[in-house]
Write a protein that binds this ligand. Structure first.
Ligand code: S5P
Length: 275
């Protein structure tokens, strides 16, 4: 399989080298731990019971650089859940990414990020936002997240069929990140190197990854780790149902996570060699 895009200069460098030059402490920590654990795998935990979610995290922890949550789907949420998640993150050396997809005016998102039942900024190292409302969303979230050394991603593209995050919208998302600075907006949710018109080193985290399924009944579209990391130059693969959805016991889930980790890592190493 050959590359579909020209190599983007920062992606030809090892994660550890990129870590040294990154201005955001959370991005720096992520890149370092990716190198240490030899993992560019983020597991997405979309289940609705806290104990089920924690059980998946315990299973996959050795293989991941990051765990992604949707805290608003938890039916039995209490702060003990996020406390335990944070403890597991420290014990097993991974970051927590709350996939909140903020999409309101700056004042409102600052409250949604800091307050309410979930108090996302207190426990989530990374979160994300749609650029749709304009730069006020980035500034509003930054008022809360920057003093805590958190990191923000903008959704520049999406994996679902028919989504509107294309063309000029994507270009303007990238510009918004550049205007905000990499000390706060560290990268994108995107399907490829949306930043390839410059040589700034953003992180690209990519959902819609599966080794078997090609999609689901609701518009999700999957590509393989190799297509995402090697062909498209992305940095982190986000895998949900492809890992926690498989049949079997704890060992089977870890084995599946390990399979994705190995594929993602091999694609990254090949990318470095052939840069
Ligand atoms: O464009 C996107 C952006 C995101 S963050 N497409 C996505 O699928 N996601 C998220 O990635 C989605 O909300 C879900 O949590 C995860 C994909 O899950 P999977 O089970 O399809 O791998």
């Amino acid at each position: 399989m050959s590359r579909t895009i020209a190599p983007h200069p920062p992606t030809t460098k090892p994660y550890a080298v990129r870590a040294d030059a990154h201005p955001n402490p959370t991005a720096k920590r992520l890149l370092k731990l990716m190198d240490r654990k030899k993992s560019n795998l983020c597991v997405s935990i979309d289940v609705t019971k806290c104990e089920d979610a924690l059980e998946i995290v315990r299973r996959v922890a050795p293989a991941v650089c990051m765990v992604k949550t949707h805290i608003d789907i938890m039916e039995d949420f209490t702060p003990a859940f996020t406390a335990e998640l944070a403890r597991l993150a420290d014990e097993h050396d991974f970051l927590i990414f709350e996939d909140r997809k903020f999409a309101d005016i700056g004042n409102t998102v600052a409250l949604q990020y800091s307050s309410g039942v979930h108090r996302i900024a207190e426990w989530s190292h990374i979160t994300n936002a749609h650029p749709l409302p304009g730069p006020g969303i980035v500034t509003g979230l930054g008022k809360v997240g920057k003093p805590l050394d958190r990191a923000l991603l903008l959704l520049a593209e999406m994996s679902s069929a028919g989504n509107l995050a294309v063309g000029d919208y994507t270009r303007q998302a990238v510009q918004m990140a550049r205007d905000a600075g990499r000390d706060w907006v560290v990268g994108f949710i995107a399907m490829g190197r949306v930043d390839s018109d410059g040589d700034d080193d953003f992180l690209v985290l990519t959902p819609g990854v599966g080794l078997v399924a090609k999609g689901d009944a609701l518009g999700q579209q999957y590509r393989t780790p190799r297509q995402v990391v090697y062909d498209s130059g992305c940095d982190v693969i986000i895998v949900g149902r492809g890992i926690y959805g498989i049949e079997g016991d704890a060992a089977a889930v870890l084995a599946e996570a390990e399979k994705y980790r190995a594929e993602g890592w091999k694609a990254y190493e090949d990318r470095l060699i052939q840069a």
